[in-house]
Design a protein around this ligand. Structure first.
Ligand SMILES: [Zn+2]
Length: 175
């Protein structure tokens, strides 16, 4: 009788550990996939080989309405990104803003990047890892004038460099 109990306990123990080591899932909506691929590509261009096969991305209502994204499982094998269902977060956002949001969350999940509020002298955020603006290299949604502030796409290379290397020096446009 005692022997049988021991066998049963062992079986439960094995099942428990098998579950823990389950193969991580990859489940990313088709409209988000190109941005994940772009992130892997940008990493490779900078000598970083990223294997992203353990990611779940879901659209959902985040804890607060002003939050457009979050990465769960920073230290876990299975990464889980929530993207806000609020219209301004994705549906009404420009491709650059969408990319900025996905890259920001992927940097939390895969590069262990934290938030930084560092700014340049002109007040612009120095990193895409700032806590509240993923439009740092975007265009205006409804341009009302042709001011320089409306098209920041040329700033993208700097922000992507900085994302993968925090020691990237400030760009010419920030001086
Ligand atoms: Zn963040």
């Amino acid at each position: 009788m005692i022997k049988r109990c021991l066998i049963l306990l062992c079986l439960i123990g094995c099942l428990g550990s098998c579950k823990k080591e389950a193969t991580p899932e990859y489940r990313v909506p088709a409209e988000v996939e190109p941005y994940v691929q772009a992130f892997v590509r940008e990493a490779k261009l900078r000598g970083i080989d990223l294997m992203i096969d353990n990611l779940i991305v879901e659209f959902a209502q985040p804890d607060a309405n002003y939050i457009c994204g979050m990465c769960n499982g920073v230290k876990a094998r299975q990464k889980h990104i929530i993207l806000g269902i609020q219209e301004y977060c994705w549906k009404e956002a420009t491709p650059q803003t969408r990319e900025g949001l996905v890259f920001h969350e992927l940097a939390h999940c895969y590069l262990a990047r934290l938030h930084t509020s560092k700014k340049f002298a002109d007040g612009t955020y120095a990193s895409l890892m700032n806590p509240d603006n993923t439009e740092v290299y975007s265009v205006c949604l409804y341009p009302i004038d042709n001011g320089n502030d409306c098209d920041k796409r040329s700033r993208r290379p700097y922000y992507i460099d900085e994302l993968f290397d925090e020691t990237t020096p400030p760009p010419a446009w920030a001086k």
